[in-house]
Design a binder for this molecule. Structure first.
Ligand SMILES: [Zn+2]
Length: 160
């Protein structure tokens, strides 16, 4: 690489860092969860309020496997403000009873990892026994099955 190319490459790198910082508090164009929040990518949405959205994981570990995400793009759970962090777990607590009862689960297991999609998400996984959280996602869920699950869970989560 000659010096001129190096300078151009360096300039581009700096520009994208600046861009990322500017978008941190809103949304990222290439982020699938931001698209789901914006309604430009499909998902089986279950529940939402002003700041958070819950929808079915498209590669569920167990039936009813739900994700809850902040509507604002954050990469890492622990980068969120204290209020946002508390906020997501308060919603997890609100959504646990309806998810537990509609899925006839014994417990709702939680998982936060975040290597798959770079937008904070808490997995809420209906469990009936130990070891289930280690299973690989099922790829064999049809759109009709997702639809049926969403129609079962959604009314329970939105009951006033
Ligand atoms: Zn995002």
């Amino acid at each position: 690489m000659n010096r001129r190319n190096f300078l151009i490459a360096g300039g581009i790198a700096l520009a994208s860092v600046g861009e990322m910082t500017a978008q941190m508090q809103t949304s990222k164009a290439d982020c699938i969860f931001c698209k789901i929040v914006a309604g430009t990518a499909p998902a089986f949405k279950l529940w939402e309020d002003k700041h958070f959205l819950a929808f079915l994981d498209n590669k569920p570990i167990m039936p009813g496997h739900t994700l809850i995400v902040p509507k604002v793009h954050h990469s890492y759970l622990f980068d969120m403000s204290k209020d946002e962090y508390k906020g997501i777990f308060e919603r997890v607590r609100i959504l646990e009873p309806p998810l537990l009862s509609t899925m006839n689960a014994r417990r709702i297991g939680l998982l936060v990892e975040g290597f798959g999609v770079d937008h904070v998400h808490v997995h809420m996984i209906p469990l009936t026994d130990r070891g289930q959280i280690q299973q690989k996602g099922r790829a064999d869920v049809t759109q009709e099955e997702f639809q049926a699950l969403a129609e079962k869970i959604r009314p329970a989560m939105n009951k006033k």
